[in-house]
Design a protein around this ligand. Structure first.
Ligand SMILES: [Zn+2]
Ligand SMILES: [Zn+2]
Length: 780
């Protein structure tokens, strides 16, 4: 077969194909002819096309099809043809293709790479699926059984096992049922299914797992007047096209209940709801609660803990339109809900930083969700107790979204009392006590709470044991730094009884590891470790409170102790059942947990993020302190939170303690506006990375010069400023030097236009050397 001899072929159509290489042909990809055999090809289908001089066959996706005589097509003699379709994955809905084009444009990422990143690898490869079969008694089963004629003893044991099972145990996994009825094979069950006595239901294994967590499908709680007002206001926009809502509700105000009501209305209207939550908040608790409320609906749950097979299966269920409730972390915003079906998008904890992807395409899940709702012409609801200043600005100043407020906690719940403890003062007041990480006030409150039968959460947002490894002799001044990064090494301890020998050091930027040196390489004196680390907090808790046994009554929750989602779910299960009395952890414990037994929350140091050279440092500190304090007082008791800090007067800490988001937002927005910082402006940051320090500097200088010239010329269109180059706060990571150039524009429109023209002019070439981050959330 001569596939590419185009002269003797005619195209019945043209297809613009985005190939999965980092060829930056924005926004449409490359144009190919479509042979008659593929005349029904449409956007969203994956194809193989010849690429480059060697015509290497490459996979890509059809972005759009055009008539054969469309203007701008390559001349017939040079036209290459689509070789074939790629089977396996279902075609992508055209709204998602459009979304990809927007992401490619706005976030400056090649469209082929954007499209490729939207479909999980497991789906493209068509990895085998996993299902489990569940069995329950059919309606009127007794009569049917009577009419079935001879009933064997085995069959009778099956129906009795189901009849006698508790409500929550049904429907029952076919294997559990066979075991309970003491069957050797499943044959008797199959017969009863055939006779209509039993009904069979196939569920994905993930659905089955999460359903096991449901706390019983009780009736929906009565809405408070405030919740009712919000549900009515947002509900009125369902089915009425695009609308953007911000739901600002204090922790424990019952935002989830509002989502549930809106989801119920969406489902009742025959549409699909998409719910995004931060990865870490995607606990069996939230999933189980959702499943319990909608027991008749098939739910797809997409998160990083899925196996390849599970992911493929969930994806295909969504693509087939068999699922009307989709819940997941950031990338679930790309769930292939068929065109015309999406009726509601919810982004819970919309302020959460994990919505931002830190590799290409560097998109923000919340902003992509808004765009997706726009394309689907449906409402989007952003919810938070500590809205991002972007969302708050949009609601209060730009007025592009409607603001809904829940100021009170749900009935019976009160906001915790937050005490700010000045750590300098604490050390002065108790000079005779060894005050390390936990001061007497926090430690005393831990003991009181444990004695009173309550549970405790202790937060320190820093992994490892200690963040300083240094020579014991201060005059020597040696501090251990990473060889490959411009950063200090962090001391870690191996689990369980490693002691000093079980210590090693790790760089949190390049992940390089070494043994802990015993002697200073400069002067051969002893090396000491000090500073903050959550492992050290755990050690100190165990020393101060003997009833807290690591791994038993006390668990540490951080990225080192929790290998995967299952570990985390398991730990939360033990805490929920009261077997564990205290959780100590990083921000993983600050998000979304809702345990009525928690009466005390302690923040070991509220200062960990406060002094970072990042304009969002105060916002992040406010969020962390508010969110973690909000984890207590979810039972009958109001609960208390104790926040240790060296900066008790810092507004972020003072206002978080006072539960005063609105004052914080007002002050912080005024400050940002004064310095021309987002959200009053929009920013893009380009990080230039190279192994040579000199080369990184030259490249960044050239980039800054070209961008400045463009900003001062026609492309600027007024108001675009370019700053830099300057070294990044972390000037070297994994042996690559890092320089940054910042572009600031008055709004998203001017920024987008400027970046597109810089890209088309070849000034911005996104890739390994130039990392373009639009609306960055971290500036390190
Ligand atoms: Zn490093
Ligand atoms: Zn030394």
């Amino acid at each position: 077969m001569t596939l590419f001899a185009s002269s003797d072929r005619t195209a019945c159509l043209l297809a613009q194909v985005a190939v999965e290489r980092s060829v930056d042909r924005y926004p449409d990809g490359l144009t190919y002819g479509v042979p008659a055999a593929l005349a029904d090809l449409r956007a969203g289908e994956r194809v193989r096309v010849p690429l480059g001089r060697g015509d290497a066959l490459t996979e890509g996706m059809v972005v759009r099809t055009l008539p054969a005589d469309a203007s701008g097509a390559p001349p017939a003699a040079r036209l290459k043809f689509v070789e074939s379709r790629v089977g396996g994955a279902p075609p992508m809905p055209s709204q998602l293709v459009e979304l990809a084009q927007w992401i490619s444009g706005y976030y400056v990422c090649p469209v082929g790479m954007t499209l490729a990143s939207m479909t999980p690898g497991a789906v493209k490869r068509g990895v085998g699926s996993v299902t489990r079969t569940f069995i329950d008694l059919a309606p009127g089963w007794e009569d049917l059984l009577g009419a079935a004629g001879r009933v064997t003893a085995q069959q009778r044991r099956v129906t009795e096992a189901l009849r006698d099972a508790a409500g929550a145990e049904r429907p029952m996994d076919v294997r559990d049922l066979a075991a309970r009825a003491e069957l050797g094979t499943n044959e008797p069950i199959k017969r009863l299914v055939k006779a209509g006595v039993l009904r069979e239901e196939r569920r994905t294994s993930i659905e089955a797992e999460w359903r096991a967590e449901r706390g019983g499908a009780g009736p929906a709680p009565e809405l408070t007047a405030a919740q009712r007002t919000v549900v009515d206001a947002i509900g009125a926009t369902l089915g009425g096209g695009f609308a953007q809502h911000l739901l600002f509700g204090v922790t424990g105000a019952g935002k989830t209940e509002v989502y549930m009501r809106l989801i119920a209305q969406t489902l009742a209207a025959g549409r699909t709801a998409l719910v995004l939550v931060p990865e870490i908040a995607l606990t069996p608790q939230t999933g189980g609660r959702l499943l319990a409320r909608f027991p008749e609906e098939r739910v797809a749950i997409l998160h990083s803990g899925l196996t390849a097979a599970q992911r493929n299966q969930q994806w295909n269920l969504v693509a087939d339109g068999k699922v009307r409730l989709v819940m997941g972390a950031r990338s679930a915003v790309f769930a292939p809900i068929p065109d015309g079906q999406l009726g509601l998008v919810v982004v819970d904890e919309e302020h959460d930083q994990s919505y931002k992807q830190d590799q290409m395409p560097r998109y923000h899940g919340r902003d992509v969700a808004i765009r997706r709702a726009q394309l689907a012409q449906c409402p989007v609801v952003l919810g938070s107790a500590t809205p991002s200043l972007e969302s708050w600005f949009n609601a209060t100043e730009r007025k592009t979204s409607a603001l809904h407020v829940l100021r009170e906690r749900a009935p019976g719940l009160r906001l915790p009392h937050v005490e700010v403890v000045d750590f300098v003062e604490e050390r002065r007041r108790f000079p005779d006590q060894r005050v390390h990480l936990l001061g007497p006030r926090l430690s005393g409150a831990v003991q009181e709470t444990l004695d009173g039968g309550g549970q405790v959460l202790i937060l320190l947002n820093r992994r490892g044991y200690a963040n300083w490894i240094a020579c014991a002799d201060q005059r020597c001044g040696w501090i251990m730094r990473c060889d490959r990064c411009d950063a200090g090494m962090i001391c870690h301890r191996l689990p369980a009884g490693g002691g000093a020998a079980g210590q090693y050091v790790r760089c949190h930027h390049c992940q390089g590891e070494q043994r802990l040196p015993r002697q200073c390489p400069k002067c051969a004196r002893q090396v000491t470790v000090f500073g903050l680390g959550v492992q050290r907090v755990e050690e100190e808790l165990a020393r101060l409170h003997p009833s807290l046994v690591p791994g038993s009554t006390m668990l540490r929750i951080d990225a080192d102790s929790m290998q995967d989602a299952a570990d985390f779910h398991d730990a939360l299960g033990k805490f929920g059942r009261g077997e564990v009395r205290l959780l100590v952890g990083t921000q993983m414990i600050a998000k979304g947990l809702d345990f009525p037994g928690v009466r005390l929350v302690g923040v070991v140091s509220a200062d960990t993020a406060l002094n970072l050279p990042d304009f969002r440092a105060t916002e992040r500190t406010f969020q962390l302190v508010s969110q973690v304090s909000g984890r207590c007082g979810r039972g009958a008791d109001a609960g208390r939170a104790i926040v240790q800090t060296f900066q008790p007067e810092a507004p972020a800490i003072r206002l978080a303690a006072a539960h005063d988001y609105e004052s914080f937002a007002r002050e912080e927005l005024a400050m940002r506006a004064r310095f021309g910082l987002p959200p009053s402006t929009r920013m893009a940051r380009v990080v230039v990375r190279d192994e040579g320090e000199e080369r990184a500097r030259e490249l960044s200088e050239a980039l800054a010069r070209d961008l400045s010239a463009a900003a001062n010329g026609a492309a600027g269109g007024g108001g675009v400023t370019v700053t830099g180059p300057m070294p990044c706060p972390i000037a070297r990571i994994a042996d690559r030097w890092r320089m940054q150039v910042e572009v600031v524009a008055p709004g998203p429109g001017p920024l987008g236009r400027f970046l597109t023209s810089a890209r088309n002019a070849g000034i911005l070439r996104p890739g390994e050397t130039y990392a373009v981050d639009v609306d960055p959330v971290a500036l390190m």
